[in-house]
Design a protein around this ligand. Structure first.
Ligand SMILES: C[S@@+](CC[C@H](N)C(=O)[O-])C[C@H]1O[C@@H](n2cnc3c(N)ncnc32)[C@H](O)[C@@H]1O
Length: 265
């Protein structure tokens, strides 16, 4: 597991610049309704927020712009945090940023935050239960945890002969490695599955029940599970495309999911 974290850190440091401002609030994911439509966040005025996998800090800026009183972030990548520090200070914010894997507590306070959130980063954890237990420990009772990630169908459905085919297994839970070239795109893509070049990244596929049951064990009650494609994509004609985040897929199933949960004890 430590090998996976070390490899992912090296690769995220290398690709950080191409993810500057990619997948940040109010965006939750790919062809997914945004926070402007979903309104999952409570009022942020005078609230303490923590971003898990804060990347370049764009979501933290969104929280600051909406009145949050304290901005805290954690990320595995030193380069992402350098970018976040520059971006947030240029915008007048002084966040507390921690360079750490989410699977460990680098010194974050317990029972402190009103809101912990994570936009397209939770799926990188190598230990979902430990990560959710830690997030629960950072939150005050009744605190809110919101996160988004690829819908689990994404690792099962492929394209062949201009058709979507269910080619994978929903039960596949072995970690898998793909290579990421430096380009601006959200997460995995078909082209990334080339073994020849690029920065190696390793992920675990998980079922929705893996997330939901781990949340329950970490003292969370789920308030909302969002499995939606945005209305603009649903309304328009889409040509067939074999790309990983293709609109023709999004018309049939959600490419991303979002969960809002509350710490109950
Ligand atoms: C798609 S980016 C998230 C973008 C970010 N949410 C934003 O608002 O700009 C995913 C982030 O997860 C971080 N990451 C990957 N594995 C991690 C881990 N085990 N612990 C903490 N952060 C991790 C990466 O360094 C990267 O910055």
């Amino acid at each position: 597991m430590n090998d996976i974290i070390a490899q992912n850190k090296a690769s995220w440091d290398a690709i950080a610049d191409s993810f500057f401002g990619v997948t940040a609030l109010p965006t939750y994911g790919c062809l997914c309704p945004t926070e402007d439509e979903l309104h999952l966040f409570p009022q942020l005025q005078d609230k303490k927020v923590l971003d898990i996998g804060c990347g370049s800090g764009h979501s933290l800026k969104w929280c600051g712009d909406h009145g949050a009183s304290e901005l805290w972030g954690l990320d595995l990548s030193t380069k992402q945090l350098e970018n976040a520090t520059g971006f947030l200070s240029a915008n007048g914010y002084t966040p507390k940023l921690y360079n750490s894997p989410m699977e460990q507590n680098p010194g974050l306070p317990q029972d402190y935050f009103n809101i912990v959130y994570s936009i397209y980063a939770i799926g990188w954890t190598v230990d979902i239960q430990t990560t959710f237990n830690l997030i629960s420990s950072y939150l005050k009772k009744d605190g809110i945890f919101i996160f988004s990630w690829d819908h689990p169908f994404m690792h099962c459905i492929d394209t062949a002969d201009e058709q979507l085919v269910f080619s994978g297994s929903y039960y596949e839970n072995e970690p898998f490695m793909f290579k990421k070239n430096i380009e601006k795109s959200a997460n995995r893509s078909n082209a990334d599955h080339s073994k020849e070049s690029g920065h190696p990244l390793t992920l675990y596929n998980r079922r929705l029940s893996d997330y939901i049951n781990a949340l329950a064990r970490a003292n969370f009650m789920i308030e909302q599970l969002i499995e939606e494609t945005d209305s603009e994509t649903l309304a328009r004609e889409c040509e067939f495309s074999s790309s990983y985040y293709a609109a023709c897929k999004a018309k049939k199933f959600p490419l991303s999911f979002v969960i809002k949960a509350r710490k109950i004890m």
